[in-house]
Ligand binder design. Structure first.
Ligand code: PMP
Length: 405
């Protein structure tokens, strides 16, 4: 059965608006996704009825908030097929998840240990490792990426040895859309005793994830790229590894007992959750997962892929337009440059016609540098986008080019 995009769009009230006198065409889904009514309702229901601090057991509505909060953890564990809820740590997002691992797991690494990242990482999977290198004397090395935006796996295999402590790569590049062969990367890393961290920020919205089948040690993602709220994310980690890691931040919730003679830490997952968490965010994320579980995800992905295929073909047919990121396996991200025109000028003119795209380096300056460009225009699609919106993108692009030439 065909994917019913018209019906799905009814769940996303924000899409039905005019921007600058035109119906909004939202093609910035890699930056953040829109939220279905079900998520917005779950958050307001929480604030209207259940708002209370969690894990205090002090009174009825606190118990209710705690039950919803911990149910959400189960929901996430099932969604990614984690073995236990002890492996699900709430974070503020992908960035905080990576920083947690860089500080806690990274803090245990010896000088000389090697951390491998790819040339197509988001800054959030580069800078925490560089900061660790400064503190700890580990080295950060870069797995090369070829002209098409495909990881050079031969080079990666050659880089591996027993001094590699961690391989940290994205599942999908936010700048290029390339889907990386993470299962192969994980297996090869395991063979030399290296741990793996997968940045799933751009993958999680597009297809079901099974962390046990992947076999990664850590997997991180943000709720806001999964149709949930901002300010909440997930770090999945294998239990034995998390158990052996020291806490990241200190404070309430993460302790068992505190005295000035010494403090003992709480059990997993609470050991890594200092302070009052984003309870409404957790509840909103859980509602987003319920929403996705009720959706025909294979059909949604197929629809996204058909949008990508059509948009790519149209971009490639235009004189002066170069698609950046031509991996044969991609999520629905189309990055391109137009000869002689700055991407931010194009972005502004598209916006004036109601078309929302992202322009610039997409927090991935090293890969932009490799292509010798300052940035791209990035149109990123979700299952609620339509083929008519692709038409709108290209007619707006044609008008913008006319104006700028
Ligand atoms: N990694 C990738 C691949 C991303 O696309 C992003 C967000 N653009 C991040 C990490 C950082 O996510 P957040 O800002 O939600 O922490």
């Amino acid at each position: 059965m065909a994917f019913d995009v018209v019906k799905v769009r009814e769940d996303f009230p924000i899409l039905a608006q005019q921007v600058n006198g035109h119906p909004l065409v939202y093609l910035d889904n890699a930056a953040t996704t829109q939220k279905p009514r079900q998520v917005i309702d779950a958050i307001s229901h929480y604030y209207l009825h259940d708002n209370s601090n969690v894990h205090r057991g002090a009174h009825t509505i606190s118990d209710r908030a705690t039950a919803h909060f911990e149910h959400a953890r189960k929901n996430v564990a099932q969604f990614i097929n984690a073995a236990s809820t002890r492996e699900i740590i709430w974070t503020r997002g992908t960035t905080e998840g990576i920083n947690l691992v860089a500080n806690s797991f990274g803090g245990q690494l010896k000088a000389g240990a090697r951390v491998l990242v790819s040339a197509m990482e988001h800054h959030s999977n580069i800078v925490p490792w560089q900061m660790l290198a400064e503190r700890q004397g580990v080295t950060v090395e870069v797995i090369p990426v070829d002209e098409a935006g495909v990881l050079n796996l031969d080079a990666f295999h050659d880089m591996l040895d027993e001094n590699v402590a961690l391989v940290a790569v994205n599942h999908v590049s936010n700048a290029l859309g390339s889907v990386n062969p993470v299962k192969e990367i994980i297996q090869a890393s395991q063979a030399v005793g290296a741990k793996t961290l997968i940045d799933g920020a751009q993958a999680i919205a597009h297809w079901p994830l099974d962390v046990q089948s992947l076999g990664c040690d850590f997997y991180v993602f943000s709720g806001h790229k999964l149709f949930g709220p901002t300010g909440i994310g997930v770090l999945y980690g294998k239990e034995a590894l998390l158990e052996a890691m020291p806490p990241y931040q200190g404070g309430g919730e993460m302790i068992e007992t505190v005295s000035f003679a010494g403090t003992t830490y709480n059990q997993l997952p609470f050991k890594f959750e200092a302070g009052t968490p984003d309870i409404a965010g957790v509840i909103g994320l859980s509602a987003a997962i319920d929403y996705l579980n009720a959706l025909d995800r294979p059909a949604a992905e197929q629809h996204e892929q058909s949008l990508l295929a059509v948009a790519t073909e149209r971009a490639e047919s235009l004189d002066g337009v170069t698609v950046i990121g031509r991996s044969p396996v991609k999520t629905a991200i189309l990055g391109f440059v137009v000869a002689g025109i700055h991407s931010s000028d194009l972005g502004m003119l598209l916006d004036q016609q109601g078309v929302a795209v992202r322009t610039g380096h997409h927090c991935a300056q090293p890969i932009m540098e490799q292509y010798k460009i300052s940035g791209t225009v990035r149109a990123s699609f979700s299952f609620y986008n339509t083929h008519e919106e692709i038409d709108r993108l290209f007619s707006a692009l044609a008008s913008a080019r006319k104006l700028l030439s």
